[in-house]
Write a protein that binds this ligand. Structure first.
Ligand SMILES: [Zn+2]
Length: 286
């Protein structure tokens, strides 16, 4: 458990407060909602999980913390779907707030658990005590996951973790198709607290460039706050006939990439307080 707690702070501010290993508020419930077509939000207030509903069963992205799974299940059921219809679970990156619930989802659904090959070893660090992380399939850049007419393509976006995976697909609404991009994480604003590996800084810089090569129209991310989910949900509630889908936000995507590139470079230029002696102490405190 100690190891999980320490690992749980990766990518967080050194000042984040925790409750039972979860940053305060991250596991609070949030209304599940349809994003577009067969894609739904079933995550918590901060930890994003997405459900793709198909005639041959459903795909879930991100199990979040082990303690998030009951909330994800409740959200799936609130939308009128069965949790046991989840056939495939896909991951973004090997941090406990995104893959810590894989065991619980596997136990409840029997779903095939798909993770990125580069993040495999790290992913195995996250599991409830005494259990082994259930990995069924490893994917590389460009590999696809297909079920019931829905295909998701993996894109490696290294930096936040070495094997960070974004996923893309195409969704339709009122006769139009939208390139849909599910970000991994571009968060390097606390880069000194991430797992360091040779080339991490070059990877981050290349990933910010690569991020702009995707023609993202509809976009979401692993954390609700990364894509202003709450504000977009508000707009969704008020959406009238003819109003645009608030999750279609290509300019917001470009601004997001620019913002995170800037905060990453700022963290490198001004590393206090998370670096050096402070880094270890900061981890210990949380
Ligand atoms: Zn992360």
């Amino acid at each position: 458990m100690r190891k999980l707690l320490l690992s749980a702070i990766v990518a967080l501010s050194p000042f984040t407060a925790f409750s039972q290993g979860v940053p305060n508020g991250w596991n609070d419930p949030f209304p599940p909602h349809k994003i577009m077509d067969n894609m739904y939000y079933v995550g918590t207030k901060e930890l994003a999980s997405f459900l793709f509903v198909t005639p041959q069963g459903n795909i879930l992205m991100n199990s979040n913390y082990d303690s998030s799974v009951p909330m994800i299940k409740a959200s799936v059921e609130k939308l009128g779907f069965k949790f046991s219809d989840i056939k495939i679970l896909i991951a973004g990156h090997a941090h406990p707030d995104h893959v810590g619930g894989d065991n619980a989802v596997k136990e409840l659904t029997g779903a095939q658990v798909v993770v990125g090959r580069v993040d495999e070893a790290k992913t195995k660090d996250f599991h409830p005590e005494g259990k082994e992380h259930p990995i069924d399939r490893l994917v590389d850049d460009g590999d696809t996951v297909t079920l019931g007419g829905t295909t998701l393509t993996a894109h490696i976006m290294p930096g936040h973790t070495r094997g960070c995976l974004a996923w893309s697909t195409t969704l339709k609404e009122e006769g139009k198709s939208y390139y849909t991009f599910i970000e991994c994480s571009l968060n390097g604003q606390f880069v000194q607290t991430l797992d360091q590996y040779p080339g991490i800084l070059d990877d981050f810089r290349a990933t910010y460039k690569k991020a702009l090569t995707f023609p993202a129209e509809l976009w979401v991310s692993s954390h609700a706050s990364f894509y202003n989910m709450a504000a977009k949900y508000e707009k969704l509630q008020k959406r009238g006939p003819g109003d645009p889908n608030p999750f279609v936000d290509p300019e917001g995507y470009k601004a997001h990439v620019a913002q995170y590139e800037k905060s990453f470079e700022a963290a490198l230029a001004n590393p206090a307080p998370a670096r050096g002696g402070g880094r270890g102490q900061g981890k210990g405190k949380q």
